[in-house]
Design a protein around this ligand. Structure first.
Ligand code: F6R
Length: 249
């Protein structure tokens, strides 16, 4: 695990964008795993800038998103389809045929999950997976207690995640109760992962993920077993890490 602590959220985002751009320049048909949420917004903004100002080319890139709410159509403004379109896809030259976001309205969700895993395999596997982390240590919708070997499947959202997400919906009752999510085993199959975290509210989770024991109660701690994991955090999210990380980045 390489841990990089940057001074600010902007610095964290730019560092992550540098890694993504480097991998993309080396492999134009990169298979990129993507996350939603507030943390990767700065990374996406920087990638858009690199596309517009430096010609960073996404035309051959294939993407797979980590998760999606069940019951929200892609057109819903809180769907992850919509999030990705608004915050990244519509600003870059990505080919819509190569974009994959789990389908929360699929008739047969279990069959969809099998198909999604197959598509990842067919694409040659994910080269680089972007991840955020929940304050409880979750990655994607793999909440504490999720199987460390899990694959893409339906998950019930915890009360905490429903409460955290309620701010994005008119009423708490509107927050979906279920989601499709890549499993921890799926994420571990990515050839490389970048975990991003910003703000003091993530400091405990980052410490537990990086320095704590590997446990299903902190799903992100499984990344300690990954052969190529980079953790990029801002100073606040890294504030509880041991002193040996002080000089990184
Ligand atoms: C989103 C996802 C989630 C978020 C996590 C952090 O696709 O998989 O695990 O990465 O909940 O969310 P933010 O970045 O909003 O703090």
């Amino acid at each position: 695990m390489l841990v990089i602590v940057k001074e600010t959220y902007d610095d964290m985002s730019k560092e992550a964008a540098k890694v993504v751009a480097d991998r993309l320049r080396k492999k134009p048909n990169l298979v990129l795993g993507l996350a939603t949420g507030s943390t990767p917004l700065g990374l996406y903004k920087e990638l858009i800038r690199m596309h517009k100002e430096e010609g960073l080319d996404f035309s051959k890139v294939t993407t797979f998103n980590l998760d999606e709410y069940i019951g929200l159509p892609p057109s819903h403004d809180q769907s992850y389809h919509c999030f990705m379109h608004e915050n990244l896809f519509k600003h870059i030259n990505i080919d819509a045929r190569f974009v994959h976001v789990p389908h929360g309205m699929a008739d047969d969700i279990d069959a969809f999950c099998v198909w999604y895993e197959e598509e990842m395999k067919k694409a040659g596997g994910i080269d680089l997976q972007i991840l955020g982390i929940g304050a409880n240590g979750h990655i994607a919708f793999n909440e504490p207690g999720s199987s460390l070997g899990s694959r893409t499947r339906i998950k019930t959202l915890t009360k905490k995640t429903i409460d955290d997400n309620a701010r994005f919906f008119a009423k708490k009752e509107e927050v979906p109760r279920f989601a499709i999510t890549m499993g921890i085993g799926t994420i571990m199959d990515a050839k490389e992962v970048i975990l991003l975290a910003s703000k003091a509210s993530k400091a405990e989770a980052v410490k537990a993920a990086v320095e704590g024991p590997i446990t299903a109660m902190v799903p992100a701690s499984m990344l300690q077993m990954h052969r190529k994991a980079i953790v990029i955090v801002d100073k606040d999210a890294g504030s509880k890490l041991g002193a040996e990380f002080e000089n990184y980045g």
